[in-house]
Design a protein. Sequence first.
Length: 563
Amino acid sequence: MTDSTLFLAGNTPDAPRSDLPELLKALAADLRAVDYTLTGVAELLGESAYNALNRDQIIPALLATESAAQGLPASGGTTAAALAAVVRLWLLAEPQTQATLDAALPGIRAAGLVELGLLEPEPGSAALDAGLMRAKADLRPYGWEGAEGEDTVSSGGAELWVASDLAAHQQAGVLRHDHVLGIGQASTTLVQTTVRRHVAKALDLGTGCGIQSFHLLHHAEHVTATDISARALAFTRFNLLLNAPALHLDAEHLEDRVSLRLGSLLEPVAGEEFELVVSNPPFVITPRTSGEAASGQFTYRDGGLPGDEIVSSLVRDLPSVLAPGGTAQLLGNWEIPAGAGWAERPQSWASPDVDAWFIQREQVSPEQYAETWLQDASESRDREHYKEAYAAYLADFASRNVTGIGFGMIWLRRPAGVPGATAGIRRFEEITYPIEQPVGPHLGAAVGRSDWLALHDLADAHLLVADDVTEERHQRPGAEHPGVILLRQGAGLRRTNLLSTELAGFVSACDGDLSVGQIIGALAALLGGSLAGEDGFDDDAFRAALLTEVGNLVRDGFLLPAP
């Protein structure tokens, strides 16, 4: 068996072993017994320390667990003491004695953790004499509650444990270049963004430690997970088997529902089609150097191509693995050249026969971008290296005249209709304010409304104002009429829409009784005289313009078709 396929056997160098089923069962039982869950950890630490830990600040949690950890191992301790020892080992990367771990996790004990590749002796003669052991990998609780009405293969939420490499705040030095990323902001953003629906086949492109696959397994009959890193696939396999009961997997027949494949981008699935593809790709824009080797790149974030070509290539190529009606959702960065709008490059990537929706959530300068990603891999700890790497980022962006970098969410769909037909959805918008999470259900509903508009004559429809919509009117003191009328959404993308007088009148009449055409006709008759100018009132133009504005309100969810 070659090194590139060792992950399938569950014994990849420098990764947790997943070929020891009895030890995996013992570990899961011990973690469950000490309540090593999101709720258990939050209750142990308290709100302030728990929130600080979520910001990668470990000192409050260290202080909060010091007293709770007392009592092990001599007396066997309490559940709180055992949980504190586990939290200090994995979440805080604080070495623990072998005796402490044996008492806290009596089923697997320290020896079993070493055999699984989750634990190793703390270097140094004094540490060895004291029997100190340190975490070799991160192992933390993760989970979610079931979504009401979610079209799933298995109902309800899940409580899991997720292994990954230790993060920058848990260890000294620069991260290893084949670092396997844990649960981060980008991965949770994609989880929250994904539109959940039952599918037969789903693809998790660039799986990392498997976060997206865990969620896909709750609404996909089969998941294919790919990565360019054999270590990442080894972590994913370990996590799947450790959590097999919660993910409704048969540990002895993992391949029945999950396929793990090694390779770059779409190479491992060439010729196949999926109903849903999700990807948190290695989208970070990194300076390229001549003669650089892949081993010098951070595989978890750096796709090895110049500029934003990883994301652009995926946007162009993903439709080739989508089944008719299939969708793809991913995150990405895009470069914004001087004098250009942020959407110009993304618009050039999206084929006109593919539905596309880009939402830019953030835009930063080259300097901010360099600082973020140099700190991400702890490359800022060496002053001289930091200076050289920072300069390389700025020179790289300057070579392409880039003055800004955008980050956002991408939704693509292969239309189910006639091949070559023009796409019905093509949206490129910037939303930088806070939105409701998870936003996936709201994105799915927005797509549904766009599809509804394409299939129905809006003039014949009866509409209602959505329950979360409110109206604001602003006018100067003493003014007879408001100068500004706003509609605001309280849910989803939380949009605000500036209304004209006639559109405000239309919305106020949307109680489901009259059709759109009837309301527009009444407004035309009412406002025709007051709107007439030197050239007279253009009834046709008024009706067409108002119908277009009403369609936009339906598309954005301010107005909904009456049942």
